[in-house]
Write a protein that binds this ligand. Sequence first.
Ligand SMILES: *[C@@H]1O[C@H](CO)[C@@H](O)[C@H](O)[C@H]1NC(C)=O
Length: 377
Amino acid sequence: MGGTKKSNDVSTGSIEKEESVEEGLFFNGTILTLASILVILIGMLASQLGDIVTTISVLNSAGKGQHESRLSRHADERGVAGVTLQQDTDVAATITPFVDRNEPFVCRTCIPQSRLEYWSNDAAMLETVGPDAEIPVRFAKRALSSTAASSSGTLFRRLVTPGTSKSAYDERTMRFSEFLAAYDNKTSEDHLYGAQIPIVTHLPQLIDPIRASAPLGTLIEALGPTPPMNHKPLSMYIGYGPLKTQTHYDSLENFVCVMSGGMKTFELYDPATASLYMYINRKDEGNGASVFDNTGSKDSHHSFPLSKYAISTRVSLSPGDCLYLPVYWYHSVESSQDRTISINWWRMPERSKMMDLEHIFCSHSEASTTAARATCH
Ligand SMILES: *[C@@H]1O[C@H](CO)[C@@H](O)[C@H](O)[C@H]1NC(C)=O
């Protein structure tokens, strides 16, 4: 480039021009050489990083598909480690470090295809549970697919009771059979979503099929003990997308597997990021994060300017994939445009871990008690 400039300068002599051109070439050559060295260095660094990524991706299947999984990790699983379990895997030793650090992991093809067949049609489920089973169903006004706000589908959010800070889902009890007859009706303005259906109390007949489709038995146990019965230990989500949940956290460890579909995409925020940038307010909003809920778009950045720094991790699950979603990680979930079923196993977190994280949220250590929460924020 320097050479071209010089040769356009009429006042300079031809020799100087020549020299400049030479110099320019030499200079460009130096840059090229430096650039090549940089490229090589970056390449080496990247392969080092790749090795680290592979190491994190615990017990990856030897060789086969490794390159592919490494690529997809960088494409859609920023920061979420992959875990592959095999028959001879020491599950507890693999899982415990994640649980201790409160770090999510994704287990790809955690459930083999052959064990997912049961969930692919409604008739089999209906036959199992019988005609009288009832479930809680969430209702929302269906998003028109043409509007920008609905790019990720219908948003199922808790509605605030006017004049109060109380909010609740528009949730109605329906027969499972009635729900199945209506939930795929795209012409209805009511969008129905069977969300967080407590299996043990509402559809106990599904426990055996779930057991038959569960990932390696000890995996679930390794995440923590079963929560008390008043706190659903097992729940199912069934709906036709596209639909999306609010950004919220849960007070239990969550292990969720997509059984049929459809993809579920989780957008995750670690507790520290949430406490710094997401204007969380446990006292008024409980486990919700209104900062990302009203619009579902980044317009909310006007009202919540720091929220633009809240960088999320996204991970998409296909049927057979499972995600460990640690306690107090904020998340929203999108179901793709399909019939999608997921099952989740709730587990009790370590008390000491909860205390540590609650301390971050509310600047004191007993935020879970009602009295402490009243002084929070
Ligand atoms: C779908 O919903 C619309 C509007 O509520 C209703 O008129 C129609 O009968 C429903 N279709 C089926 C197959 O139930």
